[in-house]
Design a protein around this ligand. Structure first.
Ligand code: RP5
Length: 198
């Protein structure tokens, strides 16, 4: 049962038939990863997390759950996340970015924080707000604007107990290696040199 999410995006292709309300419930109940953010202005950054999850066919939901503007709903989201079947929360926020830490305070699930860069301070404020958690309440913080890595880290967390997903992550890593090697080919060709020993 969904009590918080009003707007959700699914990784599961075509939405099931039915009313918008039942679609939302179906999508959110199936989600394994919750992507939340302080404002819709964070979405252009945060959608990279959703894209990464989609690449691995990991069902997810996304919504605005502001720590400062809707604190009761934020706490309810965090408290209900595990019971709703989520396994990982990705939380992005900018400025005084308290959302990831506050969610980590009320859920036993792993929380990945994404510092969203705002116009001022280049995202350093967001980064420091998220990364400097007190002992006992961890938030796995990715780089400023690093939502794609947040999505990939969520996949790795799920893959630790999901052999099929782990195999897909290994394939992905092999493809990264191939593309890095292709970049080396370009540099060596332009530099007029040969292999450098590996
Ligand atoms: C933060 O304030 C949000 O996470 C967002 O990064 C920032 C600005 O929010 P808006 O004023 O664009 O709604 O809480």
């Amino acid at each position: 049962m969904v009590t918080i999410s009003r707007t959700a995006w699914s990784a599961r292709g075509t939405p099931p038939r039915g009313s918008p309300e039942s679609w939302e419930t179906t999508v959110s109940d199936a989600a394994r990863v919750g992507i939340v953010m302080g404002s819709d202005s964070d979405w252009p950054v945060m959608q990279a997390a959703a894209e990464a999850l989609r690449e691995f066919d990991v069902a997810h939901e996304a919504d605005v759950v502001s720590a400062h503007r809707m604190p009761e709903e934020m706490l309810a989201y965090g408290k209900q996340a595990a019971g709703r079947g989520l396994s990982v929360i990705i939380a992005g926020a900018g400025g005084a970015a308290h959302l990831p830490g506050m969610l980590a305070a009320v859920t036993p699930l792993p929380v990945i924080g994404v510092p969203v860069p705002l116009r001022t301070l280049d995202g350093m404020d967001s980064l420091l707000s998220i990364v400097q958690m007190p002992a006992g309440v961890p938030v796995a913080t990715v780089a400023i604007g690093g939502a794609r890595n947040a999505g990939l880290l969520a996949v790795r967390i799920l893959a630790a107990s999901d052999p099929a997903l782990r195999a897909r992550m290994e394939e992905f890593q092999a493809s990264l290696k191939e593309s890095a090697q292709a970049k080396g080919d370009v540099v060596r060709r332009e530099a007029g040199g040969g292999r450098v020993g590996f």
